[in-house]
Ligand binder design. Structure first.
Ligand code: WT7
Length: 571
């Protein structure tokens, strides 16, 4: 059954006619926007910030920041000067183009300053979500051979410095105590650094940002994006986010994830937009207040957040004046039609679903203001992008057939490397020039794409992507655990929750205390969002003859389905 499409709401949008643009648009039209067109060199931080200081936007607010204790605003000129200072600090430490500089701290103006300053030196930015614990931090810093990290005194204990031989510089933001001696004080250095800096001009294909993300096997992988990604990040922020001069834009994602960099910093600032950043944790009242306080016009969030807002009830929406909102978008997981209808009712706005991934580097399949929305559909490919449903050999399937969601190789913001792993990188591009996403979907006869699920075992819980392997590896480090298999279990609020099946070693009993201890073991070892909400103890787990735990069978157990082909099962 096809749901009723939501009609276009008339307005002056940047993208006026999707079908027309899809037929005629060429990325080369966008290349003229950036310095390389004339000089052959470029730098994302210049295009996002400094460039606007040569225009009427110089004193425009680039960043509105607030949390429970702070309420600040920064113009483009402020961010230019502050990031110059930070770039000077790094340069004096000897940081050069291509070095990996990590930022591991909660959202704050200092995070954005450090990120932009890092990019100005030509170094590669490694953003790490603040919730990561010691093991997760170590894996990422070790794999990337990071040379410097910007963090806070509170998070310092999670960085195993002595086990990271390449890590030379620790820059601490916030009041350090005597234990933190020997590290660099952000405040002290910023107060004396010069606010003039000669930007390191790089090639389009030089590294910009390294995001670690989870797959179904192995440790998290470092997805490298290059400065060239700006072409697509700029253009999608124009067309999909529909950023215009007077807009106030709020993307709720943390820069630890690709949404928070590509759509939370680069895209909006490339377009000279005013960006809102709210620190602290999610609460419905806090979020509505943020929209009201900053007169947010464009709001980009995730299904999990919308579902939680929906759960908080219509009364909480009515307390606030949200009339400035003109465009609402979603990303990260399937956007339920029910949520779209709720959005229509309470905000009187269509919520525009967008589909992309860490690997795509920018929005890829989307709903646009100038297009009808079919609730439940991710929309249509961005002009300039070719998407299709292909079979396992890379043959395109006709409409309404389910298969692999694939993107034609070579879009501007495509990842350029899996750090340290060319083999893994190549695995994505095995089928006739298609990048195979790992999602299954179908395309209807009108060209709308419909998400069906993940093909691999990757778990999407509350909008966060978690690899089962990383959790399983952590679980079996626990002395009580002999075997562990982890799956995503469908959940109305979170999309999926993490469920672990474990087999205990001899001599251990499955007491509530033990299960709680195991949960905490993952929470404190990896990250809170990686801890299994449910743990089920089994005598033995289903394994292949080569000893690989069959998550497919665990999932079938969980859902009460047939287990399918078990010919490779151990016994
Ligand atoms: C996976 C990528 C950059 C987006 C943040 C997540 C799922 C993403 C949608 C959507 C259904 C979606 C896919 C994808 N996903 N957007 N609109 N509808 N599923 O980036 O952590 O790299 O995860 O998120 O499964 O493969 P990520």
């Amino acid at each position: 059954m096809q749901p009723i499409a939501l009609p276009i709401v008339e307005g002056k949008y940047n993208l006026k006619n999707y079908e027309e643009a899809y037929k005629t648009f060429d990325w080369s039209e966008v290349e003229k926007e950036f310095t390389w067109y004339e000089t052959g060199k470029v730098n994302m931080a210049y295009e996002a910030i400094d460039k606007h200081c040569e225009t009427h936007r110089k004193n425009k607010v680039a960043l509105y920041y607030s949390d429970a204790n702070r309420d600040e605003q920064y113009t483009f000129l402020d961010l230019k000067r502050l990031s110059n200072k930070f770039a000077n600090i790094l340069k004096e430490l000897g940081i050069v183009k291509g070095d990996r500089v990590f930022i591991f701290m909660p959202r704050s103006p200092e995070l954005y300053t450090a990120a932009l300053g890092t990019i100005k030196t030509g170094a590669i930015l490694g953003p790490l979500f603040e919730a990561f614990m010691r093991e997760a931090v170590k894996d990422r810093l070790a794999d990337s051979e990071a040379v410097a990290i910007v963090t806070t005194p509170e998070l310092l204990a999670r960085i195993p410095i002595s086990e990271l031989p390449t890590l030379k510089h620790i820059i601490l933001v916030g009041d350090a105590d005597e234990n933190d001696q020997g590290h660099i004080s952000y405040q002290d250095e910023m107060s004396r650094a010069s606010d003039q800096f000669e930007i390191e001009w790089v090639d389009r294909e030089d590294g910009l940002v390294l995001h670690y993300t989870s797959g179904s096997t192995g440790k998290p992988k470092g997805v490298l994006h290059v400065h060239n990604a700006m072409i697509q990040q700029y253009q999608t922020a124009k067309w999909v986010l529909d950023l215009q001069e007077e807009d106030v834009y709020w993307c709720t994602a943390d820069p630890g994830w690709v949404t928070g960099t590509a759509a939370g910093m680069f895209g909006p600032w490339l377009n000279g937009a005013s960006n809102v950043v709210r620190g602290g944790r999610f609460s419905p009242d806090d979020w509505y207040q943020t929209i009201e306080k900053f007169n947010v016009t464009i709001w980009y969030s995730a299904p999990t957040a919308f579902r939680m807002l929906m759960g908080a009830g219509d009364e909480s929406v009515k307390k606030y004046n949200l009339s400035t909102l003109r465009h609402v978008l979603s990303v990260g997981e399937p956007l339920n039609p029910e949520v779209v209808h709720w959005g229509l009712r309470v905000f009187e706005k269509r919520i525009h679903d967008t589909w992309w991934m860490t690997e795509t580097g920018a929005q890829t399949i989307c709903n646009y203001p100038c297009m009808e929305i079919k609730p439940g559909s991710m929309g249509k490919p961005v002009p300039g992008i070719i998407a299709a449903i292909v079979d396992d050999e890379g043959n395109e399937l006709p409409p309404n057939r389910m298969g692999n969601l694939a993107i034609k190789q070579g879009w501007p913001s495509m990842m350029r490397q899996i750090w340290n792993s060319p083999e893994k990188y190549d695995e994505y591009f095995q089928t006739k020039g298609w990048y195979v996403s790992g999602d299954s979907a179908f395309m209807d006869e009108d060209g709308y794409f419909w998400f069906q699920g993940r093909i691999d075992d990757v778990i999407m819980t509350a909008g966060e992507r978690v690899g089962p392997f990383e959790i399983e590896s952590k679980l079996i480090e626990h002395p009580a655990i002999a075997e562990a298999g982890v799956i995503g279990k469908p959940d109305a609020a979170r999309g999926e929750i993490i469920k672990a099946f474990i087999a205990l070693r001899n001599g251990y009993d499955a007491t509530d205390d033990l299960l709680e201890e195991i949960r905490n073991f993952v929470k404190t070892g990896l990250a809170a969002h990686a801890a299994p909400r449910e743990i089920e103890v089994k005598e033995k787990l289903p394994k292949t003859r080569s000893g690989k735990i069959m998550r497919r069978v665990l999932k079938a157990w969980e859902l009460g389905l047939a287990t399918g082909d078990l010919s490779t099962l151990e016994d």
